[in-house]
Design a protein around this ligand. Structure first.
Ligand code: IVH
Length: 669
């Protein structure tokens, strides 16, 4: 491909991808499959890698991440990121209003009210309309340069559009995980047997500082902006700055309001107290700002915060109630979750009877005792939490510290605790009823085998009647078996059998996910299926060979090896295969970039300057080549980076395999 052709193709692909991105993220519609979309992106990634000079700063490839950052660089903020004075009381707001009035002499003034978004503040620097830096607040004076991660946030423009864009400006806003993105993330974590995150804010903060920007991209952070800074911006009010930001393509929450008096501020606060719970993200208060920028300058700053703004915080509704007991739940992976059993109370309009206590550390931190009165809170989060013990009501003669269970509440096996993990586990995965039932529930879910005529209650019955003890047993069920189930008649029996039969058509990647291998979620299952193509190839792959697959690190590789070497798992897989499940990938047409590497095989080893290993792999595949895991006589090229093991090099030399560098590889394309 010539440079001119490449330029044209990059522009074409970018336009198509932007079109689909816009449809998906702005209008929540889709016109193509995820797979086809990924293929388009891959083509663009490969082309940009081949022609790095043609990469545009606002290319849609920037959104997918892939950069690994070991240490974020520290950046000094041009304008320090101050905090806001805050209050929980309307009286203090009136005092604030008096101070403002005094500070401004007799001038009239207006307020601009916004919700206080509960996320992580971010500073975005634009030069010539292009996003050049994204920096965390840090200590307010200096923060971390998290630009690569910020670029994956879809509603932060990589390039602003519009007229009269200042040469340099800064935008501040809040990065957050929407309630739906947070719930989705936790569902995905449940799928792979990871502990779920307790709150969206901390998760957003942790995500923004992750070292792998591809993972950040998957988590779907969001951003609202609320502040424009810079020299000669040509705006006189905060309201004008906000509309300017909106017209430049920034994401602004439409919940703001300009008002004239502090009493209208109260109205704003009251009107949002309940409504805010329906917003897509958590909010914890209202930020009140003086609208005129000239008046803002007149009022100025204290050492810590502006005198022209204040935040009012909503009190999280909190109640004290009796802790009757602590019970323990066992999940699919054997993880134990302690649950507070409470004397029922009314909180934010719902009755609360139970609250998760997360793990043993949390119980210890709270110093909980049965019979204590505890404060229960329901903030923006849906799950209520125990925040503290009401020590004034503790009956010292009666209350005893909680002794965390040492045995599984369901099967009495001694619990274990893995190093570095907070949760206790029941290791009896083969015999512990909730673990077995949990695995079957995981197996039949929509994203997996999609047997929707089978619910939790039916699984429970099938288990109790000794009819189903593992997923493979489902495929042996007969009409007579099902007739034993309570309430099952001709129609429901046929429905269930049809559902089971139809699940045999579910594609290989879904079958792989259905097996419930720890750390193998939907995405990883897809990557594994695409790479190994058959269950046979995957289950017999060595640890090293697994590491060669995209997205597979040591944790996943280890989990796969352990899963497939287990005799009982092997038997189960054999039975599933006999039942007729899909064990082979149905290949879709691959979009190829060229035939330059047709019939050539590569082993990739070491660390490279320009490309990540996954990128190299994609490039080889896109140009018709194959990637192997080990050096052998059949191998054509060993693509060698820095720090390659000497053994590999020696072996290649001995076998006469050609050893090439990153540069030489590029020339082959
Ligand atoms: S304005 C100089 N507006 O609250 C004042 N801040 O305690 C600039 N926040 O660090 C901040 N929503 O992270 C402003 N609508 C909003 C906000 C908001 C959330 C956060 C922000 C800031 C903190 C101040």
């Amino acid at each position: 491909m010539t440079t001119t052709e490449a330029k044209k193709e990059i522009a074409r692909l970018s336009e198509v991808i932007n079109h689909h991105n816009n449809l998906y993220y702005q209008q929540h519609k889709t016109e193509i499959s995820d797979y086809d979309f990924d293929q388009l992106l891959k083509q663009l990634v490969a082309l940009e890698e081949q022609f790095p000079d043609l990469r545009q700063p606002d290319s849609p490839t920037q959104r997918v991440g892939g950069t690994i950052t070991k240490n974020f660089e520290t950046v000094v903020h041009q304008y320090p990121m101050l905090s806001l004075g805050n209050t929980y009381s309307m009286e203090e707001l009136e005092e604030f209003d008096k101070r403002v009035g005094k500070g401004l002499g007799n001038e009239p003034y207006e307020y601009f009210c916004e919700l206080k978004f509960d996320g992580v503040s971010i500073s975005l620097i634009y030069e010539n309309g292009i996003l050049v830096k994204g920096v965390t607040r840090g200590d307010g004076v200096r923060g971390d340069d998290v630009t690569v991660n910020v670029k994956t946030i879809r509603n932060i423009p990589l390039k602003v559009k519009g007229k009269n864009i200042p040469e340099r400006f800064e935008v501040r806003g809040e990065v957050f995980l929407s309630r739906s993105a947070f719930n989705q993330l936790n569902k995905d974590r449940e799928d792979i047997g990871e502990e779920v995150y307790a709150n969206a804010r901390n998760t957003a903060s942790g995500t923004l500082k992750m070292q792998n920007s591809a993972e950040v991209a998957r988590r779907k952070l969001d951003c609202y902006v609320y502040y424009l800074l810079g020299e000669n911006l040509g705006t006189e009010t905060h309201a004008a700055a906000i509309s300017k930001l909106e017209s430049w393509g920034f994401n602004i929450s439409d919940t703001y309001k300009k008002v004239k008096t502090i009493h209208q501020v109260f109205d704003y606060i009251n009107s949002w107290e309940k409504k805010r719970l329906d917003l897509p993200l958590e909010t914890d208060g209202v930020v009140i700002k003086i609208n005129s920028l000239l008046q803002q300058r007149k009022l100025g700053f204290t050492a810590k915060s502006p005198r022209w703004a204040i935040s009012y915080k909503y009190k999280a509704e909190s109640q004290s109630t009796l802790l009757k007991d602590v019970t323990y739940q066992v999940g699919r992976t054997g993880a134990i979750t302690p649950v507070a059993e409470l004397q029922p109370i009314q909180l934010s309009g719902t009755t609360v009877k139970r609250a998760s206590l997360h793990n043993a550390n949390e119980i210890e931190r709270l110093d909980l005792r049965i019979g204590d009165y505890v404060f229960v809170e329901k903030g923006g989060e849906i799950i209520p939490k125990v925040t503290a013990v009401d020590l004034s009501k503790r009956d010292k003669s009666k209350s005893k510290p909680i002794r965390y269970i040492t045995q599984c509440p369901e099967c009495k096996t001694a619990l274990i605790r893995h190093e570095g993990e907070a949760a206790h586990y029941c290791p009896n995965d083969k015999g512990c009823p909730p673990q077995i039932k949990g695995r079957i529930e995981h197996f039949i879910q929509r994203k997996a085998m999609d047997i929707d005529s089978l619910g939790e209650k039916t699984i429970q019955q099938l288990y109790q009647l000794d009819l189903v003890k593992s997923p493979a047993d489902l495929y042996d069920l007969t009409k007579d078996d099902l007739a034993k189930l309570e309430g099952f008649k001709e129609l429901s029996i046929n429905n269930l059998l049809t559902g089971i039969e139809q699940s045999k058509e579910v594609p290989f990647e879904a079958v792989l996910f259905a097996l419930g291998i720890r750390y193998v979620g939907k995405t990883v299952a897809e990557k594994l299926a695409n790479y190994f193509k058959t269950m046979d190839a995957l289950s017999s792959a060595s640890y090293d060979a697994l590491l060669e697959a995209p997205e597979v690190g040591t944790k996943i590789a280890e989990s796969l090896v352990n899963f497939f070497k287990d005799k009982q798992h092997q038997k189960e897989i054999e039975r599933l295969q006999k039942a007729g499940l899909q064990f082979t990938l149905i290949e879709k047409e691959q979009h190829k970039l060229s035939n330059s590497l047709d019939n050539k095989s590569f082993v990739i080893s070491g660390v490279f300057e320009k490309y990540g290993r996954d990128e190299l792999k994609e490039l080889i595949l896109a140009h018709g080549g194959r990637v192997l895991s080990g050096v052998s006589g059949q191998l054509d090229y060993l693509l060698a980076g820095d720090n390659m093991g000497p053994a590999k090099r020696q072996k290649a030399e001995k076998l006469g395999v050609q050893i090439i560098t990153e540069k030489e590889f590029e020339q082959m394309l």
